[in-house]
Design a protein around this ligand. Sequence first.
Ligand SMILES: [Fe+2]
Length: 376
Amino acid sequence: MDFELALPGEIRFGAGRFASLAGLAKGFGRRPLLVTGKSSFESGGRLKRFLDELEALGLVAARARAQGEPSAAEVDDAARIGREHGCDLVIAIGGGSAIDLAKAAAGLIPNGPHIRPYLEAVGDGSVFARDPLPLLAVPTTAGTGSEATRNAVVGTRAEGFKRSVRDARLMPRVALLDPELSLGCPTEVTLAAGMDALTQLIESLTSRRVTPPIEALCLSGIAAVGEALPRLARDGSDLEARGKMAYAACLSGIGLAHAGLGIVHALASSLGGLGGVPHTTACAMLLPGASALNRKALTEGRGDAGALERYRKAELALGREIPAFCAPFSFARFSRFGVEPAMIPALIAGAGAGNLKSNPADLTPDEIGRLVESAL
Ligand SMILES: [Fe+2]
């Protein structure tokens, strides 16, 4: 056995734990950059109460807001705000977009001014000379697991790229998971984020790079999704199911950070960067077909034979076969975002090389093209 396990400094999990965040923040700094998203957190009065709590403890926050999956320009802006305010700490409260924006800004504030040189593939190989600021990550949707990873995805279709900044020092010092925060999350977002988490769990589990602890964590996460996501499709106020999805999403982040992902995430990065398809939609639409395609190739002896058994374990944990589990949930087809058949070669060429490498099966460009086509 040979593995490494890198986790957030601390994971604090439980309903009601958000109340401890301000006090926790005081242990890390005095001038936080607070990064939020478009979530109900802003409108529910919680944000105001949290800012008051910070102030009562002598912490003065600067603010940045994620408008969606973060662009490089937004990261540069957030970092500039953080520098101007003299921030010594970053707090992210929101979905994956807010946490990724906060994470990239935490790296950039002491190092600025632009994030692009630090991005994989499109940067110049720069690494942060000064340590990133400490980051407290508080997810309000259960999806990306960004609260447990060392990378942030940055870039938009307009910028023509969507790539990671990756550094062990970007791992959140604290991941605080409070299922109550996701209670107001709309069903559509809950299901899309949940499908992202499930995809990450399945792709990490079946990855060529999976290790025994990651296999165990992924299977535990998949079982939680199997139980909770159908319940949340019926009733978004089911707090126990919200908790299970928050748990699963966090484990999916740990999974992908260690084992890498597969063909779905390889394509999701080019579908986002070139086609403007939201990450969660790309995952939800491709997961069933990609699983079938990988298994077919594995049965034909193309790839990591052990992954067939891991697919079987995944379905046992999920309680259903992957396509049957996904069937009741519907998501927008890629053509709605303007993706056309003529773009398929560019989408394949732009697919994330790292995730293609950890995909368990060796797939041909033809097979990958047909997979994308099936979701147009
Ligand atoms: Fe993902």
